[in-house]
Design a protein around this ligand. Sequence first.
Ligand code: NAD
Length: 484
Amino acid sequence: MSEVYENLIGGRWIGPTGDRRFERKNPADVTETIGTFPALGSEDADDIVDAALGGLAEWRTMKVLDRGRVLLQTAALLRERLDEIARDLTREMGKTLAEATAETSAAAAFFEYNGGLARAPEGDVLPDRRDDALVWTRREPIGVVVLITPWNDPLATPARKLGPALICGNSVVLKPASYTALSALHLARALHDAGLPPGVVNTATGSGSTIGAALASARGVAGVSFTGSNEVGAQLQGRAAGSSLRLQTELGGKNAALVLRDADLDVAIDAITSAAWGQTGQRCTSTSRVIVEEPLMDEVVDRLVKRAESLRVGSGLDPRVEMGPLVSAEQLDQVLAAVAEGRAQGAEVLFGGERLVDEDHRDGHFMAPTIMSTADPQNVAWVEELFGPVLTVRSASTPEEGVEFVNQSRYGLSAAVFTTDLRRAFAFTRDIEAGQISINLPTAGWDVHVPFGGFKESGSAFREQGVEGLGFYSRTKSIAMYGG
Ligand code: NAD
């Protein structure tokens, strides 16, 4: 019997009832069941939001330094439990144990950073034209916020939202992706054990189209912070339009790396390899397009093919493995179908492109690291976010053309340039339409205190992370006082 997990609602742990439950299997070995989770439905949304409203009154009036202490204690518990949590993350999502360990540590760092912000200024003191008068501002919580998160970074993404939401004094309903509910429940347990009052954080496992959609439009909800696909993001934007609901969306990416003729190729190949195939290409900031200035094209492709050939693919629990499985059979099928479509549209597959079905891989959703090549700006491999280990390469005849190709996307999340020419690097930071720009570094890997978010269809106006990350979760009140 696999373990049965419970949601945290109003300070109590509540398990599945009747057949309202779902199971999760290990994507590296589908013969192993990770656990059984409650499948909440639309009818549960109002009760969970009520539980969050119940927690709000105490939390928003608690001293910010006390709220900070709870977050710091949560971080300490996550670090204490790091081995267990990282192992569960690898088992349920598939990423390597090294990646899962780094993510658990990043989740703790989000609570440390935001716990530390308890000591930061809460507003400004402003001049007043009147005698003996003072004007100041203070940051207030917005109320109950619903956090809807995807499966690819199932600790870091909720922690990135929970930290600022809680330090600002909001209460929360967290709706995690169903593939990775266990990671979210580890976060909830750490918060609960750290002394968070009942109802301040509530979890709601179940399908996105039922409980997720119902929570996002439930009465009493002040804001929804969503990370996930553009399709669901657009549905949420449509529903929020014309209402006073605050909505933050972090959506897809089709991130490009531009390799210029003066690049240090050792640096470029290392960075592209890690950002393209790390986490099996399932990062919103993964590199999925590479543009190479013409004289270097053959050498860069040769070196990338060699790296793809040598990558060890397998269960993330095996310390020698460098790339785990895809998260699910559906995700694997979708990526393989997109590779086939790209090929049918004229792209060449230079390496990989297929599922791994030998004895070591047949029980998991494994795929070879893949390199495709196309000069067609309409090819699906160039246009669509495949969210898998697929890199699409093309050449550019000049640096200016390279910049044009990088910007040739509806997305604008992350981009990298590899060059030793400072002027080219500077021009890249100015001309690229993306929220995150790297010079001689990977497109992925942004620390917890660095403002993060996408341009164009990759995001919304609200940033995450850093002090800017507090903006979504707070509203500013201006106060004037006469003291004469
Ligand atoms: P998804 O949109 O399918 O699901 C995300 C979450 O939304 C899940 O919890 C899901 O259950 C829920 N959901 C689904 N339908 C819903 C609905 N109708 N109403 C409310 N909630 C609903 O995305 P996914 O497949 O889990 O994640 C992959 C996507 O996330 C990729 O596009 C990736 O680029 C994106 N992503 C973006 C960032 C970023 O910061 N920009 C980070 C990570 C992932």
